[in-house]
Design a protein. Structure first.
Lengths: 341, 341, 341
C-alpha cells in the first residue's frame, strides 16, 4: 500500500489531488476500482477520466477532472509501469539451494541464491548473487550468470556463454546452440563449419520463451544491455542487437545481422544475412529486410521491405489492381488498340 | 478387433455389406489391406473404391461398389477419425507416481495418476485424476491440472495457471510466461510492465510442441474449450481464442487478439494487437491480419490481409504486372506521350 | 597444430608456399594473425590477400600473392570448413554414464557413452556407441539412437522414433509429437485423428534448437541422410525431406510436404499440404509455396511463391505502382476520358 504523495515522488509525477489517498493495486482503466491506480493516455480513455472509479489516475497534462486524484506526467504509461512495480513487485528473498543441485568442479556461487530442484550446472561456472534457477535449467561449462538474473524452467545454456545482471530468460529458451553454417562438398554433402564463438547477453536483457540464440562461428553473438526479446525468436550466429531494442515474437535474424540501439522490430520479421539496421529504426510486422536500414527509418511491407510510406502507397494501389486494369482496358478501347483481355 | 455392425453403430454410419466382417486396423486408402478400414472422400479416391483392398471403406452416399463393404455417412473423415480411435486408442491405465516426484506443500493429487520420473510441481497445486506427466515437466505454484490431461516431456507451466480436463500439451510448450510489455523511460530504457494475469486453458484443448502462451498483464489469456494449436505458436498476453478454433504452426497472436469460435487459422499468420476475428472466420497462410475480421469472413494474402477473393484478383494481376506496364507503354506510344521507359 | 603440407593433403588443396609453416587456429580473414589459417573467396577479400596476416590463406586458383602461403582449391569455403575441423574438433572421449540414469526395461546400450545426469530413457530402446545425451534429455519407449549421435539439453523424443548415426539434435527440439489433424463433428467439435506413424531421422542430420518434428498419421515423417535444419522449424506429419537439403530458421512444412535432395530452403518459408519440391530447388525467404516446385527451380516472393525472376519483375513494378497509376491518369487525360482520381 502506498499513499499518493509517495507514489507521485516514486513515479516522478505531479499530484493533483489528495496526497494521503491510499492505493493497493494497479488495474486497467476499465476495471479499476476504489483502491486502484490506473492510467489514461489514449484519447478514448482521456475523454472518460471522470467516469473512472480508480482512486488515482495517471494522465498527461491538460486533463480537467477536478473530482479525481490525478498524477500528471508526460509519460503516463511509463509512470504506470513504475506504479505497478511499486505495488506488485515481490521483494526478492533467496529460497536457498536445492540439495540435489548438480554442479561441476570449479563452479563458484554467489550469495542468497534461489536454486530449485533438478538444476544441472557444468564446470568452472560463476553464478552471481541472488540468481534464480528454476527446475530443469541446464547450464554448460564455463558459463557466467550475473547477479539477480532469473532462468525459468527448462532453459538450456550451452558452454562458454556469458549472461549479465538482472537478465530474465523465459522457459524453454536456448542460448548458445551452434550457428547454422555448412559448406557442400564435391558430392553435395554438407560439411559443418564448427562454431567456435560464444553468446554474450548483457545486463537487463529479457529473452522470451522458446527463443533460440546461436553462438558465433568465430566471434560472439551479442545482445547489448536492455535488449528485450519476445517468444520464439531466432538470433543467428554472430548477430549483434543494440541496447534497448525490442523485438516481437517469431522474428528471425539471419547470421551476422547488426541491429542498432532503440530499434523496434515487430513480429515475424526476417532479415538477410550480414545486413545492418540503424539505431532507432522501426520494422513493421512480417517485413523481409533484404538490405541495410538507415538509422531512424521506418520500413515495412513484405519482402523486400520498403520505406513504409512508399510501401503503403503501392499497397493501396495493389488492393485495387483490378480497377487499374479496367482503366487501361478502356484506354485501349478508346485508342482502338486491341485489348489483351 | 471390431465387426462391421459394431463399427457402424459406434461411428454413426450406415453399413452396406457384411455385418460380421472383421477389421483390426485403420489405414490410408492407398495402402489399406484385408483387415483394414479406410475412407474415401475426395473424387480421386471415390472413383477408385472398387480397387481398394480394405475390408471396409467409409464413403459418402452415392458410391456404387456392390462387392465392397461400405460404411455410408455424410462425414467420412469424421467417421474415420472415430474408427481410428476405436481400433487404436490405448485404454488408459495409471502407471503410478514415480517415487522421485517433487511437489510443494499443499499440493493435492487425484487418483490413478501416471507421473513419470523427474517431474517437479510447486505448492498448492491441484492435480486431477488420471493425469499423465512425462519426465521434465515443471509446474509452478498454485496451478490446476484437470482430469485426464497429459503434459508431455519438458513442458513448463508457470505459477497460477489453470488447465482443464482432457487437455494435451506437447513437449517443450510453455504456459504462463510473461507477456511482452515495456514502457521506455526518459533515456529509452525499457521498464517492464509486470504481468499480473494468468493463463486459463479450458477442457479438451491441445497445444503443440514448443508453443509459447503468455500470461495476461492484468486479466487472463484464455483458450476456450476445444482449441487446437499446432506447434511453435505464440499466444500473446490477454489473447482469447474461441471454442473449437484450430490454428496451424508458427502463427503468432499479438497481445489482446480476440479470436472467435470455430475459426480456422492457417500457418505463419500474424495479427495486430487488440483486433477481433469473428466466429467461423478463415485466415489463410502467412496472412498479416491488421484489422478486425467479420464472422465467417475468409481473409488472406500477405500484409495487410484482405478478403480472399479481392486479394486473389489483385494477386493474379500482380503476377503479370510486366504485361500491364507494356500495355500502358503501347498506349503512351499510340497517344504520342513520351513513355518513361 | 598442423604444418601446411599436412593441411594441404587433408583438405584436398594445392600448396603454394612453405610446406613446414605451422598453423594452430582457423580465423576469419579480417582478424587472422600469425599462426592462423583463413580463406578468401569473395572478390572483396581476394583483392586484399596481400594484406592478410594469416600464415596460410585458402584461395581459388588465379590469385597472385607470391609472399603468401596459399592453399589453392575450387572450393575454398569447403576447404576452410575442413581445416576448422582439423584444428578445432574435439576428439571424442566418452565421459561415462551418470549413475542417476533412468532407463526402462529392455533398453540396451552401446560402448563409450557420454550420458549426463538427469537423462530419462524409456523401455526397449537401443542406444548406440559413443552417444552423447545432455541433461534433461527424455527419450520415449522403443526408440533407436544411432552411434555417435548427440542430443543436447532438454531434447524430447517421443516413443518409437528412429534416429540415425552422427545425428546432432540441439537443445529443446522435439521429435515425434503428434501431427496436427482433426475432423470436426456434427457440432463443430474437433475429433482427433490419432497419429500412428513415427519419425525417422537418418544418418548425419542436424536439427536446430526448439524445432518440432511431428510423427506421421500412418506412415513416417522422414528426414533423409544429411538433412540440416536450423532452429525453430516445424516439420508436419508425414513430411519427407531429401538428402543434404538445408532449411533455415522458422520455416514450416505442412503435413505431407515432400522436399527433394540438395534443396536450399531459406527462413520463414511455408508450404501447403501435400506439395512436392523437386531436387535441387531453391526457395527464398518468407515464400509461401502453394504448389509443386520443379527440380532445380528457384522460387520466391511472398504467397503464392513464383519463379524468382518473374516475381522480381513484378516486384520492381509493385514498388513503383504510384508512377504507373500516374501514367494511366495522363493517358486518360490525353484521351479525354474521365480519370477516376
Amino acid at each position: 500500500m502506498y499513499v499518493l504523495h509517495e507514489i507521485a515522488r516514486l513515479t516522478g509525477t505531479e499530484l493533483n489531488g489528495d496526497p494521503n489517498a491510499e492505493v493497493q493495486r494497479a488495474a486497467p482503466f476499465d476495471i479499476a476500482q476504489e483502491g486502484d491506480i490506473t492510467y489514461a493516455e489514449n484519447p478514448s480513455y482521456l475523454t472518460r477520466v471522470e467516469e473512472c472509479k480508480a482512486t488515482a489516475i495517471i494522465v498527461p497534462s491538460g486533463v480537467d477532472a477536478p473530482d479525481k486524484n490525478l498524477l500528471i506526467t508526460v509519460k503516463p504509461r511509463l509512470a504506470f509501469a513504475r506504479a505497478i512495480q511499486l505495488l506488485h513487485k515481490k521483494i526478492y528473498s533467496g529460497s536457498g539451494v536445492s540439495p540435489d543441485l548438480i554442479a561441476g568442479e570449479g563452479t563458484v556461487f554467489g550469495a542468497e541464491l534461489s536454486i530449485s530442484p533438478r538444476v544441472t550446472i557444468g564446470r568452472e561456472c560463476t553464478i552471481g548473487d541472488r540468481v534464480t534457477l528454476y527446475p530443469g535449467v541446464v547450464i554448460g561449462d564455463r558459463c557466467l550468470i550475473g547477479d539477480d538474473s532469473v532462468l525459468h524452467a527448462n532453459v538450456s545454456v550451452y558452454e562458454d556463454c556469458e549472461i549479465g545482471k538482472r537478465v530474465i530468460i523465459h522457459a524453454g529458451a536456448v542460448v548458445g546452440s551452434d550457428g547454422f553454417s555448412f559448406a557442400p562438398d564435391e558430392e553435395g554433402k554438407q560439411v559443418k563449419m564448427l562454431q567456435l564463438g560464444r553468446v554474450r547477453i548483457e545486463d537487463d536483457c529479457e529473452i522470451g520463451s522458446n527463443c533460440a540464440i546461436d553462438r558465433g562461428a568465430f566471434g560472439d553473438t551479442i545482445l547489448r544491455r536492455g535488449v528485450k526479446l519476445d517468444n520464439l525468436i531466432q538470433v543467428g550466429h554472430h548477430c549483434e542487437i543494440g541496447e534497448d531494442t525490442v523485438v516481437a515474437a517469431l522474428t528471425g535474424f539471419s547470421g551476422g545481422t547488426r541491429v542498432g540501439r532503440k530499434c523496434v522490430i515487430a513480429g515475424q520479421v526476417g532479415t538477410n544475412q550480414h545486413i545492418t539496421i540503424g539505431d532507432g529504426a522501426v520494422i513493421t510486422g512480417q517485413a523481409g529486410v533484404t538490405k541495410n536500414v538507415k538509422p531512424g527509418a521506418v520500413v515495412g511491407g513484405t519482402i523486400p521491405a520498403q520505406e513504409i510510406n512508399s510501401w503503403r502507397r503501392s499497397q493501396v494501389i495493389y488492393s485495387k489492381l483490378p480497377e487499374l486494369v479496367e482503366r487501361v482496358r478502356k484506354l485501349e478501347e478508346a485508342a482502338g488498340l486491341k485489348a489483351k483481355k
